[in-house]
Write a protein that binds this ligand. Structure first.
Ligand SMILES: Cc1ncc(COP(=O)(O)O)c(C=O)c1O
Length: 430
């Protein structure tokens, strides 16, 4: 045992930021395992169990020995089903089974997409390809794209715009180096959603840029929370999920990503899919299939039996969970609004709140911890009141330090207890 201190890791991995959501989640789990009564609001996963028909389908598939390697891109019945759903429900044109790849979760789908889109500059002085990322945004988009070689340009959104990118803002940010625009609706962490009109305006800007200064531009649309929609739009009507890939002018330069994890309480099954459209979409998926073949080979076939069941036989369970998220959203936001100095938007979809806690920055806790940032706020809340929330810093460089993210994918008793602990913590700050 000598000399191992000299062994280095790759610069790529050394410089990679660890996931802050996963870090808080693991810390909360470790405290809980050590017997501490932790209230965990950090985990972005439903507290429900995977619907019974999906579990039964996987068990039957295992018993039928669906335990071997399958087609690299996912078995044909699954890809045919996804192509049908993308065509009929998402209204995306020109999608066949050859435009779909099934992979190990939406995270892996994004990882593969970024690897296939970005190049690390090889010539000194060569500019990096850019990814435009409206923020606050989920913590892994930025580091995963950077790992692939992208330069990520964060586009700060405002509470006044419901934390959504405007078409004018996008237009001003596009350059000849723009390779990708990253969208996520409904959004983690803001739980807001783009309307059809807003997406149409964004699509028009992208189509124009593609014809003029940014011919390589593509859209990556993470629609993981597509089925968890319960709020209303600006005119008070029930909000509607719209895929930006349904706009004909940009359909063939849009990559749509989704998965069963959040909607069907299947996070641990590690499944997700990507789809393209038309000529480029098919070529893109073929490239990703090569990449998957040289990495994870394929996902497990028996888990796809479960996913097909979820997508075709579990509408009642899906609706039960959607309704539960709706009532939790209203309960939790009502309780949080009673806490002085917390500002928050109404969640429209997904299951997060992202309150602005900046009224409390500069204060101290009874134990003497100074709250200079969301990271300090979250650390002191965990330390002094055993409540785990995710600090906002990694969701936005510009404004993240003013926010915390809490998931309301937990039962009502926990929501009430959490609001009570958070209220006590805030009241203790001087
Ligand atoms: C917007 C978004 N994309 C992707 C993921 C990762 O999804 P998966 O668990 O399917 O990899 C998450 C998880 O929290 C998310 O919120």
């Amino acid at each position: 045992m000598s000399g191992t201190a000299a062994i280095s890791l790759s610069a790529r991995v050394d410089s990679l930021k660890a996931s802050s959501t996963v870090a808080v989640m693991n810390k909360a789990k470790a405290l809980k395992a050590a017997g501490v009564d932790v209230l965990n609001f950090s985990a972005g996963e439903p507290d429900f169990n995977t619907p019974q028909p999906a579990k039964a389908a996987a068990i039957a598939a295992i018993n039928a020995n669906a335990t071997k390697y399958i087609d690299t891109a996912g078995d044909v019945p699954t890809r045919e089903l996804l192509a049908k759903l993308l065509t009929e429900r998402n209204k995306i044109p020109n999608v066949t089974k050859d435009h779909v790849l099934v992979t190990a979760g939406v995270k892996m789908a994004l990882y593969l997409a970024y690897q296939a889109l970005f190049d690390v500059p090889t010539v000194p002085g060569q500019p990096q390809q850019e990814m435009l990322l409206p923020v606050p945004a989920w913590v892994s988009f930025n580091p995963m794209a950077v790992l692939a070689g992208a330069k990520v340009i964060e586009l700060p959104t405002t509470p006044e715009a419901d934390f959504k990118l405007t078409a004018a803002q996008l237009k001003a940010a596009i350059t000849p180096r723009t390779r990708a625009v990253m969208l996520n609706s409904p959004s983690n962490p803001c739980s807001t959603m783009y309307s059809r009109q807003e997406l149409a305006a964004i699509a028009a800007v992208i189509a124009e840029a593609a014809r003029t200064i940014a011919p390589q531009i593509v859209v990556i649309s993470d629609e993981l929370y597509q089925n968890i929609v319960f709020g209303t739009d600006a005119s008070g009507r029930p909000a509607e999920h719209v895929s930006i890939g349904s706009f004909p002018d940009i359909a063939e330069r849009t990559i749509t990503i989704n998965g069963p994890g959040k909607s069907f309480a299947m996070t641990g099954w590690r499944l997700g899919w990507l789809s393209g459209s038309g000529e480029f979409g098919k070529r893109f998926i073929a490239g990703l299939t090569k990449l998957q073949g040289q990495s994870i080979t394929c996902v497990s076939g028996f888990s796809l039996a479960a996913m097909r069941s979820a997508l075709t036989e579990c509408d009642a369970e899906l609706e039960m969970m959607r309704k539960a998220f709706a009532s939790r959203a209203s309960l939790f936001t009502g309780l949080l609004r009673q806490i002085p100095g917390l500002k928050l938007a109404n969640p429209v979809g997904a299951f997060y709140v992202f309150p602005d806690i900046s009224a409390h920055l500069g204060k101290s806790t009874p134990k003497g911890a100074v709250i200079a940032s969301a990271a300090d706020f979250a650390a002191a809340l965990l330390d002094e009141h055993h409540m785990a929330v995710v600090p906002g810093e990694d969701f936005s460089q510009a404004t993240g330090h003013k926010h915390i993210r809490m998931s309301f994918a937990c039962d009502e008793a926990q929501l009430r207890a959490g609001a009570e602990r958070l209220g006590r913590f805030v009241a203790s700050l001087k």
